[in-house]
Structures are given as C-alpha cells and as structure tokens.
Design a protein around this ligand. Structure first.
Ligand code: ZN
Ligand code: ZN
Length: 342
C-alpha cells in the first residue's frame, strides 16, 4: 500500500509499505480522508511526542476515516462497506480507563501514527474496537476531523459546562480553536476568540464567533464586555505561558478553564487567580468513546456537515509532491486543517 513516510527532518515522501494481514479482532479500512494534526509535527521534526519508535518507523496520521473493506474472523458488529472514523488510541480493553471509554489513559495505550501504522495511507489495519460508525450525512472529510479536533473540543466544552447562558473565551484559533468555535456556538454559548493573528480572528468570526480580540487588547476588552465580571469559561488551545496567564485573568469568579494546548508553563497567583475566585482548572485530552453519538449529532444536526468542512482549508492527493506541500504549509501555520485523500 502507498503511505506517507517521514524520511528526514521536515522531509516526507509517499512510499510503498508492505500490506499488513488483518488479525482476528481487526479490520482493514480503505482510507478516504486523513487529517494532519499539530502533534504530527513532532514526527515531522523527528521527535515524536508519543511512543518509543524511531521517527519514520510507521506511517503517520491519527485522524483517518474510510470504508471497512475486510473483517477479521472474530469481529462482530461491523460489515464490509461500513463508513467509519477511527479513534486513534487503542488500549488493553479491560483496565478501568478502557472500560470507561478512555483508551488514551490506558497504561498500554497505543496511538495510530506513533506506536503503529497510521492513516496517511491507502489502507489501515486497526482493531475493530477503534472504529466509530459515522452517519450517512457526515462526509469522510468531516469524519476525519470529527475525532481529534471537533470531538476533543466537544468534550472540553461539555466538561466545562458550557451552555446558552454563558460566555466562553477561546484562546488560540488555529484548527483546534476553530473547532471549539463551532462546538461552543452549537451548544448555544456566546463565543469570544483571542489570537495574536488578525486573519485567524477573521476566520473564527466567519465561523460564528461573536467577539474577536487580539491578545494584547483582550483583557481590557473582556472586562468591558462582561462589566468587570470575567467570562464563565475559557479554553486555552495554545499552551503558551502568556495565554495561560491571560486565561486566569479573564475568567470570572467560579469560572472554569480547560487546558488543551501543551508546552508552556505559568506561575499562577493562588489567592487572586484560583482560590479567591474559586476557579476550576482542568486538563483536556481527547473525548470519551461513549460520547461519539453525541459528537455526530452535534456535527450533523447543529453545526451542519458543510459548515464543519470549513475547518478544512487544504485537501491533497496522497502523492509525493502534493503531501510535501501540505506538511510544509501546515508547519508554517498557513493552513487550517489539511487533509490527504488517497
Ligand atoms: Zn492530534
Ligand atoms: Zn486499558
């Protein structure tokens, strides 16, 4: 099968990988769309964020969707021709986290594209337990961004209790933040977006954000907007130190902050910023498997498939010069979601 291989720092090619056999509990998915994610860049830089394999050892890509074309002997509940998105984490299946629908928290968790072959290929062999059926109204393009991007943001906003009575501020409106805008609007909230780049704020407003502020003006503007009270919920998609600090400054009393971005650190004043305001600060990583139907309903019934596809700015065929451009532009922050279509 053809699939992407990282052959050096910031160098990718489409090469021939050996076809894998389908195990008893596995299926083979014919990939119809596979999305790039920020964490894929760690592989691109030859320093994979997860797992112990050397870069280039497996096909990258952990946000695929496609059609089941072959089924293992012990698989039930799936048929050839089923349209699926693939959840990227595969756990042991029996620990408390797996049983609870959080295979990413399993001590034996393996991630597509890091620990085993990923989805940037013509086909993918994956445990049937990782396949999530998608509704007829959902395109493969949307399905590929429904797991790690929309699904993750849905879980974050739901955990933060975001609803129609509240304002939520989303800091950093790259692809994850934009997915947050779609979800938060569909959940009824008034949405404020904050970014350092005006063009990203414009994209967020085009997707429905109610207010958009540059980082430098955000604190004052949000204080004015909320009559000094601050917002009920904040999601930081950047992980950058000034953004984390800003999140604690703009959140109101009894407010909640969801942390999605990683990388930075911040010193937080315990009295003024957490204890005195009774703030709840949560880490957020992926979604709970049982939420999949809610995520599909949110996308199809409230966001709309066509609007969800607007998170995608570039679609490339799975061919060598094309995929190189896709990775390069994504790395240079010149795209929203980038999709490869074999
Ligand atoms: Zn990801
Ligand atoms: Zn487990």
């Amino acid at each position: 099968m053809k699939g992407i291989k990282v052959v050096g720092p910031k160098q990718v090619e489409v090469v021939d990988w050996p076809d894998e056999a389908v195990g008893a509990h596995e299926v083979r998915v014919r990939i119809r769309a596979a999305a790039l994610c920020r964490s894929d860049l760690s592989i691109y830089y030859m320093e994979p964020l997860l797992g112990n394999l050397p870069p280039g050892a497996v096909v990258p890509g952990h946000e695929p969707a496609g059609i089941i074309e072959e089924i293992g002997s012990a698989v039930t509940g799936f048929a050839v021709g089923d349209r699926v998105a693939v959840q990227c984490f595969d756990g042991c299946g029996h620990c408390r986290y797996c049983r609870d629908g959080w295979p990413n928290m399993c001590p034996q968790s393996k991630c597509l594209g890091f620990d085993r072959h990923g989805g940037d290929a013509e086909t993918l062999v994956t445990p049937a337990s990782t396949c999530l059926k998608i509704p007829d109204e959902m395109s493969f393009l949307t399905a590929s961004i429904a797991t790690d991007a929309i699904g993750n943001l849905y879980n974050t906003l739901k955990t933060l209790g975001v609803n129609g009575n509240q304002r939520v501020a989303i800091i950093g409106v790259g692809p994850m933040g934009l997915a947050g805008v779609l979800c938060a609007k569909a959940m009824g909230a008034e949405v404020i977006v904050i970014d350092m780049v005006q063009s990203r704020l414009n994209s967020a407003q085009a997707l429905g954000a109610d207010h958009a502020f540059l980082s430098t003006e955000a604190e004052k503007a949000i204080s004015d907007l909320t009559r000094g009270r601050g917002v009920e919920a904040v999601v930081d998609c950047t992980g950058k130190t000034p953004a984390i600090r800003l999140a604690f400054n703009i959140v109101g009393k009894f407010g909640r902050i969801g942390q999605l971005g990683v990388g930075g650190e911040a010193h937080i004043g315990l009295m003024d910023q957490i204890v005195g305001k009774q703030v709840t600060y949560i880490g957020s990583w992926y979604f709970q498997m049982g939420e999949w139907d809610e995520i599909c309903d949110l996308i199809v019934d409230r966001i709309g498939n066509e609007k969800a596809e607007k998170l995608i700015s570039h679609v490339y065929p799975l061919e060598t010069p094309a995929v190189q451009e896709g990775w390069r532009l994504f790395d240079e922050h010149k795209t929203d979601k980038v999709i490869f279509v074999p």
